[in-house]
Design a protein around this ligand. Structure first.
Ligand SMILES: C[S@@+](CC[C@H](N)C(=O)[O-])C[C@H]1O[C@@H](n2cnc3c(N)ncnc32)[C@H](O)[C@@H]1O
Length: 394
């Protein structure tokens, strides 16, 4: 396809360089503001184009040599200085909140990750034609990898062993490393060489080696983790985030708190010391089982968990304060109406997608004031950012 010279004006919310070719916008991954590059046009649509850098002509002072050379993986910002990636994420959330919910001057700071490499305690590897790697962003094209710089040391050891094995009958391998290690395999694989490295192996949803659940430590708590239940991928940042949730709640008022979308009960347990009662609601049965085990493991008695859909379960509940930590899709309108009916004094909204956060905050606007938003760099080098937002009843 055609090659053109592109001057990068800025980067979009997905970390792609933006330039113009004959007046039409072009998105170019791995091109930084003020850089110029010869770009191959790989997609030419009516309103926009997508390109790939062939050769950098003018380089930004903010460019660094990334630790890995894989292109189009999830680390869209890996060629940018770390402190600049933090600035990018902060500006992105400020822009989204202003544009989609009219909020200004609410974003306070972005808390960096202490570990910027080897921070991920869970990775999902794809296998295609016996080759191991990640899918290129938004495609089923495999990028074969030898190691991954954001994965833990142990995960990379396991990757080295996997690369020696016959993976022809495997589709996906998930590695969870929380000190104790679990591997979840979709497909058929000879696991003998993996056993000495791990505590638990599942194959096609069946436990074939070791423990049913592994144990993770976070602050003063221990948590059982199952095959499918959610757990934050960066434990160091998760701990800071949970402390901010606590900081945003009014502990002096005691009483009852709801932890909606509670996963394995992490936030509920963190809050249990400071409130009379915490009730967690979670749809994933496995996660609720773990949450109950975790409550007992940590000798906590003032927490209970309900297994069900937030949109259905919350209507009968009451609380003075509420924490929500929904998936990327955000809250449902039924969920928002239920929260408005419960009418808590404070609402702390933990979000992994600023777009759905902005959409939802707009719906709370008449009843709640957004006091402050703190950002957390849970996923260094990617364009993702975690937000914790304090809303107080007007
Ligand atoms: C971002 S995670 C938060 C988990 C937990 N707060 C933590 O920090 O580990 C979102 C959780 O919401 C759960 N979930 C998704 N949709 C739900 C729904 N409609 N009702 C209840 N829980 C839901 C998911 O299973 C997942 O555990």
């Amino acid at each position: 396809m055609e090659e053109v010279l592109v001057k990068c004006e800025r980067i979009d919310h997905f970390g792609r360089g933006i330039g113009y070719v004959l007046g039409k916008i072009i998105f170019v991954p791995n091109l930084l503001p003020k850089e110029e590059a010869m770009v191959k046009i790989v997609l030419d649509k009516k309103k926009y184009m997508v390109g790939e850098v062939i050769k950098l002509v003018k380089k930004s002072d903010d460019r660094i040599l990334p630790k890995c050379g894989y292109e189009n993986c999830g680390c869209a910002l890996k060629s940018l200085k770390y402190e600049k990636t933090l600035e990018f994420k902060k500006e992105k959330v400020i822009d989204i909140l202003k544009r989609y919910s009219g909020l200004t001057n609410v974003v306070k700071e972005i808390v960096p990750s202490d570990n910027i490499y080897g921070y991920r305690n869970k990775i999902t590897l794809k296998v295609k034609g016996g080759r191991l790697g990640y899918f290129k962003n938004g495609t089923n094209d495999l990028i074969e990898i030898k190691r991954c710089e954001i994965a833990s040391h142990k995960s990379n050891e396991i990757i080295s062993v996997l690369k020696e094995l016959d993976l022809s009958k495997v589709r996906e391998i998930i590695i969870k490393d929380f000190g104790e290690v679990m591997i979840i395999i979709k497909g058929e694989l000879d696991i003998e060489l993996l056993k000495p490295l791990v505590d638990s192996i599942y194959m096609n949803a069946r436990l074939v080696y070791g423990k049913e659940n592994i144990v993770a430590s976070l602050g003063e708590f221990k948590f059982y983790l199952s095959k499918d239940a959610f757990f934050q991928v960066n434990s160091g940042v998760a701990l800071k985030l949970y402390n901010k949730v606590l900081d945003y709640l009014d502990v002096s008022s005691g009483k009852n708190v709801l932890d909606l979308y509670c996963g394995t009960g992490t936030i509920s347990l963190f809050l249990s010391k400071y409130f009379d009662q915490v009730v967690g609601v979670e749809i994933n049965e496995e996660a609720v089982k773990c949450a109950t085990l975790n409550k007992n493991l940590n000798n906590i008695s003032n927490v209970m968990f309900i297994c069900g859909d937030v949109s259905k379960e919350v209507s009968g509940l009451m609380a003075e304060q509420i924490v929500v930590d929904p998936p990327r899709s955000g809250l449902t309108s039924a969920g928002i109406n239920d929260i408005l009916r419960i009418n808590p004094d404070r609402l702390v909204y933990v979000s992994c997608d600023p777009m759905t956060l902005a959409r939802d905050l707009k719906l709370f606007k008449d009843n709640y004031e957004v006091k402050e938003v703190t950002l957390f760099d849970m996923f260094p080098w990617t364009y993702h950012v975690e937000s914790v937002c304090l809303l107080v009843k007007r």
